[in-house]
Design a protein around this ligand. Structure first.
Ligand SMILES: *Cc1c(COP(=O)(O)O)cnc(C)c1O
Length: 384
């Protein structure tokens, strides 16, 4: 056994992602120590980075994260439908919102421009209640957010709507481009632009509850970006947001997801046997090949073919040949592993197994992508 064991010690019938909620709660505590007096927003977009939206949101709240953050309104409304309370900020809107549903569901709404402000006002007027709004400034990321050129006109329209009782401007916020490169010159420029955006909002009479700029990397590496609230995503799930500047362990974080699958086949083959499509791999000697019943259809990156490894009984074996849609092969050598034995694709890395970060390196991507891509039909099993 390696990685995080199944809570009942049971052998899963197929691939399974074990989600260690105790590790998640511990990560919230570690991040809170980094954040100092700033509050924590648990960013649970993309199905909580693949870990499962509602259980992760509740675990983060129970560990003291007072805010939840989602990209899409669908995710924010799914939290409310599951009776998740507390503050929820949602930031990636398109014209059809749905803004009315969000205002009724007491969701904090990010506004990046006039069209969104108008939609929020229309929804609030229709409902006869006021919306809570966080105005988003583009301080240099060049993604969402209001440019400096349009900021004062957005502020003036927002404060007029506030006077009319349609909304309250409770936050000003922005997002960093290079927080994982702590000496990048864009950071000082963005912090400076953010201070200007905040000062302008206050000059217009906004009584801001929260100013927020930091993501995980900034929370851990850039104290000057923490302001009143930090928006932590990847680090909550125990993965390093800046592998060049620290590992999970060096930041005190513990990976939350362990991905396992039972071996579907173990067989002896002679030297020179081709393996998987295209025969990119041929056995050098007589060996045992193990078949892992999960592939790119379930989010295992095909780019990691020939480069990733897995653990069986705490020992590493290489993925050989091409990773296919539903399965891939490992070279077990002379291992005594048998069909049904548990393969750990990745986990906390504390029992000999690789980590999501190792898979990211093997696939030429980032750990964010490894965990978020694990298909939703791979069962998530929660360890309380
Ligand atoms: C995803 C996201 C975050 C969290 O980023 P991490 O690097 O995962 O901590 C914070 N803020 C915004 C706007 C985001 O889109």
């Amino acid at each position: 056994m390696s990685g995080t064991p199944h809570p009942d010690g049971r052998r899963p019938a197929g691939p399974e992602a074990r989600i260690d909620l105790q590790a998640l709660r511990g990560n919230v505590e570690v991040l809170q120590r980094s954040a100092g007096s700033a509050a924590i927003m648990a960013v649970v977009k993309a199905n909580a980075y693949g870990h499962g939206l509602v259980p992760c949101a509740l675990a983060a709240q129970s560990a003291g994260a007072n805010w939840l953050g989602t990209a899409t309104p669908r995710e924010a409304l799914a939290l409310r439908r599951a009776a998740v309370g507390g503050r929820i900020l949602c930031w990636l809107w398109t014209p059809d919102g749905p803004f009315s549903e969000a205002v009724s569901a007491d969701i904090d709404i990010s506004v990046s421009g006039r069209w969104a402000l108008d939609k929020v006002c229309e929804a609030a007027a229709g409902l006869g209640r006021s919306a809570r709004v966080h105005l988003k400034a583009d301080t240099g990321l060049g993604r969402n957010g209001c440019t400096p050129a349009d900021w004062t006109s957005l502020l003036s329209a927002a404060m007029a709507a506030q006077k009319d009782g349609l909304l309250n401007v409770v936050g000003v916020w922005s997002h960093l481009a290079c927080a994982d490169e702590p000496t990048h010159p864009s950071i000082d420029a963005q912090v400076e632009a953010f201070r200007h955006a905040v000062a302008a909002a206050e000059r217009f009479g906004a009584d801001l509850e929260v100013r927020h700029l930091a993501n995980s990397a900034a929370t851990l590496l850039l104290p000057e970006t923490r302001f009143d609230l930090v928006r932590t995503g990847l680090s909550l799930f125990g993965l390093s947001p800046a592998p060049e500047h620290g590992t999970s362990a060096s930041f005190g974080l513990r990976p939350v997801m362990t991905l396992v699958a039972p071996l579907a086949s173990v067989k002896r083959v002679p030297a020179g046997h081709g393996v998987s499509y295209g025969h990119d791999y041929r056995t050098a000697t007589e060996t045992s090949l193990g078949l892992v019943p999960v592939g790119f259809g379930a989010g295992i990156p095909r780019h990691a073919s020939g480069a990733a490894s897995v653990a069986v009984a705490g020992r590493r074996y290489r993925a050989v040949g091409r990773i296919a849609m539903d399965q891939f092969v490992i070279d077990l050598g002379d291992s005594a592993a048998t069909v049904g034995d548990e393969v750990v694709l990745f986990g906390p890395g504390e029992r000999g197994e690789p980590t999501a970060e190792d898979w990211a390196r093997a696939a030429g991507t980032i750990a964010y992508e490894i965990v978020t891509r694990i298909a939703s039909d791979v069962p998530r099993v929660y360890l309380p």
